[in-house]
Design a binder for this molecule. Structure first.
Ligand SMILES: O=C(O)CCC(=O)C(=O)O
Length: 303
């Protein structure tokens, strides 16, 4: 049986906007997760462009497959559907958002050894604001993650601050610009915390927390399975991600559905007009203003 968060860890999450739960997936379940991921990634051989399942690195080719994201694996693969509903995971989520829990979305980000793409600083709230902010993302580590292979980085306490601009040239781009004055006044990026851990540990970050990650320059991959969970009474302000019955009932992974959304006065910015480069956060962020993190191409140019 997996340990729940201690009262101190729950208080730490509310104060800082993140926490890491240790040893959430272990033993055969962890091996199965790694095996299933390897199988799905191997099937990207032969895929020529992004599709519903795969988001591909710019350097991907069918003969040299490079996957940077599996999109919503719980929708495509029963193993991942079960994992998103795992009682050990939901027991922890329940400690943070309450007894009614809806799965809003999910993805696996794969940072390959040597070139895995960075994710610019952003707040998930800028992508999917809800009527209340009892919303979080869990991140299951498939690989041991240290400072060198692109850990998720967070800005402690930033979930209590403003919602920053995630637009460039008038369009949503899913990233905060390094030129943004409001962010520069409020955030000291030298205080960013790297969420390192062992395979099977689970990061948790609040939907309004500023976070991102650098390129993986190590010789070890870093795979992170992210699931976004909302309180059952949080209603998405930018609309449901799909058909009503599925979103409202099937993806209610714990508790009772509720037709009376709870509202709180959290600062909202809408992700509109939509990103010029749609698809995934990696594509959206290509439209960003000034980048924080070096990309593979930039790193090669300066060599
Ligand atoms: O994979 C990462 O390190 C960052 C993931 C993330 O923040 C996202 O995909 O929204």
């Amino acid at each position: 049986m997996v340990a729940k968060l201690t009262p101190e860890e729950v208080a730490f999450y509310h104060e800082n906007g993140y926490v890491v739960a240790r040893g959430v997936v272990t033993g055969e379940k962890l091996c199965a997760l790694q095996r299933e991921t390897d199988r799905i990634v191997a099937e990207a051989a032969g895929v020529t462009e992004h599709n519903d399942v795969y988001d591909l690195e710019d350097s991907h080719s069918p003969s040299n497959p490079r996957v940077r994201r599996l999109k919503e694996p719980y929708r495509h693969f029963e193993f991942f559907n079960q994992l998103a509903r795992d009682p050990d995971v939901l027991d922890i989520v329940e400690q943070l958002v309450g007894p009614d829990i809806r799965l809003y979305g999910g993805k696996m980000n794969l940072k390959s050894a040597g070139f895995g793409a960075p994710v610019e600083w952003h707040q998930d709230w800028a992508f999917y604001p809800h009527t209340n902010d009892d919303v979080l993302a869990t991140g299951l580590l498939l690989d041991t993650c240290d400072e060198m292979n692109g850990p998720l980085m967070v800005m402690p306490g930033s979930h209590k601050g403003p919602t920053y601009d995630h637009h460039a040239d008038g369009y949503f781009c899913g990233a905060m610009s390094a030129d943004d004055e409001e962010a520069a006044q409020n955030l000291d990026y030298s205080k960013a915390v790297k969420l390192t851990g062992k395979a099977g540990d689970m990061t948790i970050h609040h939907v309004r927390l500023v976070h991102g990650s650098a390129m993986n320059e190590s010789n070890r991959q870093r795979r992170l399975l992210l699931h976004e969970y909302t309180a059952g009474d949080a209603w998405p302000l930018v609309g449901l991600k799909g058909e009503f019955n599925q979103c409202f009932y099937d993806l209610l992974v714990r508790g009772m559905p509720n037709t009376q959304p709870r509202t709180v006065p959290a600062p909202v910015r809408l992700p509109y007009p939509a990103a010029k480069k749609g698809g995934s956060i990696y594509e959206n962020q290509k439209g960003t203003g000034k980048r924080f993190f070096e990309t593979y191409d930039e790193a090669r140019k300066t060599e």
